[in-house]
Design a protein around this ligand. Sequence first.
Ligand SMILES: Cc1cc2nc3c(=O)[nH]c(=O)nc-3n(C[C@H](O)[C@H](O)[C@H](O)COP(=O)(O)O)c2cc1C
Length: 194
Amino acid sequence: MRLNDEITQRFSQGFDQAVAAGMPEPTAMTLSTVDERGRPSSRVVLLKSWDADGFVFYTNTRSRKGRHLAANAGASLLFWWRENEQQVLIEGRAAPVSDAEADAYFASRPRGSQVGAWASIQSSELENRQTLLDRVAELEDEYRGRDIPRPPHWSGFRVDPDRIEFWYGREFRLHERILFEADRDGWTRRLLYP
Ligand SMILES: Cc1cc2nc3c(=O)[nH]c(=O)nc-3n(C[C@H](O)[C@H](O)[C@H](O)COP(=O)(O)O)c2cc1C
């Protein structure tokens, strides 16, 4: 569900406060996915863009998380901005971004990261580190003097939220929790006990 003005404002204000507080990686978020048997797993990814339509990260679509999302689109994103004592929990469904959007973002990445996206068979077993470095060297040769195209298995997912909770740390553990839940008619807003 498209974010309403209050959610947009709260997210953007929290993010800006984290930046102002000097937080080193405010875009880092814990992405949780669920496999086809219902087993959950989590890892950190970086938020690369967001707007009222959702929150975008990029990855290898054949990775463990990519396979999970292909089988079960349910995903959660968790931000903990320690410096400004805020937590944001976003739950919803992840859908691939368009090829054009992924191409544009890939083209903006440093060349080394572009090579890395080709070189890494993310989440597969790696015999030894040298094998990866050899793959990188081969790819650098292959693309020398040329633009590096986006690998077909490297793209983005946009999480379209239906539940968002903002948590604000307050004195004496009397934290403030504001929960937004979406249904067909829009967002409802509730407070939760801490
Ligand atoms: C700070 C940080 C940022 C990361 N950003 C990304 C990212 O944007 N995309 C990504 O695929 N992996 C990123 N990773 C690596 C993932 O946490 C994870 O190890 C990798 O994606 C493989 O996960 P999977 O086997 O569950 O698919 C990041 C790790 C850290 C610690």
